[in-house]
Design a protein around this ligand. Structure first.
Ligand code: BTN
Length: 236
């Protein structure tokens, strides 16, 4: 019903040998966490706040692929429920009408050569109205309800996300990342556009070319230099 963070509990369960597929879902989070140590607003009854434990048998370097796979699954689920195609902003924000409707946080527990578990945290804004968002979020965040003008069933959204996620995960385990990458690029907002990437080291302006199999974003700047972006905030 109420929890500090589903991510935290899922991590504890994974550390205690929870099975692959273990899912923590909450009606409310009191300390929801986002990427880069940001807060994630998770008001009661308004969204889908969930963390899933997976234990893929893949090398460490491929772990970011799971984040991209999750973004595709959530995009497909939203598209199915509200019949509007969302866009994915690298690496894993889902946008409707240019505003963020979902955030994804993947965290890995690993030894130097082996993944123990990956916790996939997903926060989907479902039934917030404009007033439910703090002033600073109102311009950049949205919900399925705001976009459609109708209250949406959180159960239906959760069900759709889990169904898509399971299907894509099976494809990934049997066929690898290539089919997932093609899907990811079909939802990507930035490919072919001029974007600004603020990395921990520098600001780069250039054309987004696509992603590599490792989920690295490739950008070409005005001097024709290709940059590999591992972590950044992207502005369009
Ligand atoms: C982001 O865009 O910064 C990622 C947001 C991830 C939020 C989800 S909500 C469920 C899970 N529990 C958390 O504390 N965070 C993730």
């Amino acid at each position: 019903e109420s929890i500090d963070s589903t991510q935290k509990l899922a991590k504890e369960l994974a550390n205690n040998d929870a099975e692959e597929g273990t899912l923590v879902v909450a009606d409310e989070q009191t300390s929801g966490r986002g990427r880069l140590a940001r807060q994630w607003s998770s008001p009661k009854g308004k969204g889908v706040w969930m963390s899933l434990v997976v234990k893929p048998n893949i090398p460490l370097i491929q772990a970011p692929q799971l984040t991209l796979l999750t973004a595709v699954a959530v995009a497909q689920a939203i598209e199915e429920v509200i019949e509007v195609k969302p866009q994915i902003k690298w690496p894993n924000d889902i946008l409707l009408d240019g505003k963020k409707v979902t955030g994804i946080l993947t965290e890995m527990q690993a030894e130097s050569d082996r993944i123990h578990s990956i916790i996939i945290g997903i926060g989907i804004n479902v039934n917030q109205s404009e007033n439910d968002f703090l002033d600073e979020l109102r311009e950049i965040a949205t919900s399925l309800c705001i976009q459609t003008g109708q209250v949406q069933s959180r159960e239906q959204v959760l069900n759709a996300v889990l169904t898509k996620l399971e299907r894509l995960y099976e494809v990934y385990c049997s066929e690898g990342f290539t089919p997932i990458k093609v899907l990811w690029e079909s939802y990507a907002i930035s490919v072919g556009k001029i974007i600004t990437a603020t990395t921990p080291q520098q600001k780069i302006v250039g054309e987004a070319l696509g992603i590599t199999d490792q989920g690295v974003l490739l950008m070409r700047d005005a001097q024709n230099v290709i940059h590999s972006i591992y972590s950044a905030d992207i502005e369009l």
